[in-house]
Design a protein around this ligand. Structure first.
Ligand code: FE2
Length: 402
């Protein structure tokens, strides 16, 4: 297959890309088509590596009708509504909702997804998504995080479920240190989770400090452990919204630790601007972690949709540019270079967060031919037009087109 006249990652120059056996075998100007070779006319459009959603809950997505609304809009009501509903879910129902969600993602050019899966009550949803992950792997790469929504120090059963999910093949161990009963339990939970991850050689991704409490400082505990154990880049902290409320002097110290540790931060702007600030009168905090400052300090930041049409967030359609745009607005990242380069947050920064090997991701000769083609010539114009992906290719196969 030959793709003519595209701009790779905002390049000013147009190139052609040739694909053979699912691999990019040639990139250059004015490549001549072979006889009978399939051809896509790029017409000066942008080509980007596939989008990565680094944080979603496929087990909760599209459950809003069945689970019921979250009238206060708080995280705590969301958890209460979901906790009631999760008692009655069955495997097929989870798979059906997740499959519908994955179709939305495919339309939006998302080929990498990290999903947390609640294992607090039982492993029904985890088993369902483990099966689905295998079934859809030709179209999307899914990582599963065994997620103890109610905390790990609260019950022996949760710890048993967590370890069982990890032994069954979870890619990462999850946790919620800020929701443990006490600060001490929160710290102990991080120790427990890091040891579990080391035992099974898997990644760590915690819901960390997802609260407007400036006293919630589990991120420093997690980063210190990531540094001390050398797990560094295998560790991610999701949300970290309390950072919005930390003082600047503390943040300055924290950024140094984060950068030393190599830990990844995952922001979830759509959901956190909805859930956070709900205990404020005016002014209301935005509840966003400090994306701009983290990036300036050399910390890898990616983003996640977190929820789609469920008790935590009533909207969403799997569009990572929508997630990104909300984040860029909230973080004052609206200068032209920031907007134009921001695709990195939902592409290569995401791939780094997910520990995708460098040889498997990106647009270069020898790598898998997985990428999205847009009509517009720059990411700035993609954000402006919001027309979406024209072609989505995975390993040389067109998996979606407009
Ligand atoms: Fe989440």
């Amino acid at each position: 297959m030959l793709i003519k006249n595209v701009r790779i990652e905002n390049s000013e120059h147009e190139s052609d890309i040739r694909i053979e056996k699912g691999i990019i075998c040639e990139i250059g100007e004015h490549l001549e088509p072979f006889q009978g070779e399939e051809r896509i006319e790029g017409q000066g459009g942008l080509v980007l590596p596939p989008f990565a959603d680094c944080h979603v809950h496929l087990d909760t997505c599209l459950s809003l009708d069945a689970a019921g609304p979250n009238l206060s809009g708080t995280l705590f009501e969301g958890i209460r509504v979901w906790s009631e509903y999760r008692k009655q879910i069955d495997k097929e129902e989870v798979k059906e909702r997740a499959l519908r969600t994955l179709r939305m993602y495919r339309k939006k050019g998302v080929q990498y997804i990290r999903s947390h899966v609640d294992v607090s009550d039982n492993l029904t949803a985890f088993e369902a998504l483990l099966e689905l992950k295998e079934k859809v792997k030709d179209e999307v790469e899914i990582q599963l995080v065994a997620f103890p929504q109610d905390g790990v120090m609260t019950s022996e059963k949760v710890r048993r479920n967590l370890e069982e999910a990890v032994s069954m093949g979870a890619d990462a161990v999850g946790g919620v240190p800020h929701l443990e009963l006490t600060r001490e339990y929160g710290e102990k939970s991080i120790q427990y989770i890091m040891e579990l991850a080391q035992k099974y050689d898997c990644l760590v991704d915690l819901h960390c400090d997802e609260i407007d409490d400036e006293q919630s400082k589990f991120l420093e505990v997690l980063a210190a452990k990531a540094y001390e154990t050398g797990m560094g880049e295998k560790v991610s902290a999701s949300h970290t919204t309390a950072m919005h409320s930390y003082n600047n002097a503390y943040c300055s110290k924290l950024f140094r630790l984060l950068s030393m540790s190599g830990i990844n931060i995952i922001a979830n702007p759509l959901v956190n601007v909805n859930l956070q600030g709900r205990f404020d009168t005016y002014p209301k905090r935005r509840g966003m972690t400090r994306v701009k400052e983290l990036l300036e300090n050399g910390v890898n930041v990616s983003m996640g949709h977190d929820d789609i049409y469920d008790p935590f967030y009533p909207l969403g359609n799997g569009d990572m540019t929508e997630v990104l745009l909300m984040g860029l607005h909230l973080c004052h990242m609206m200068g032209y270079p920031e907007l134009n380069d921001s695709y990195r947050i939902i592409t290569c920064n995401g791939a780094k967060t997910l520990n995708i090997k460098e040889k498997d991701y990106g647009i270069a000769v020898g790598k898998p031919a997985s990428f999205n083609i847009f009509k517009e010539g720059s990411f700035f114009e993609v954000l402006r037009s919001r027309e979406g992906v024209q072609y989505s290719l995975r390993k040389g196969r067109i998996i979606d087109r407009k």
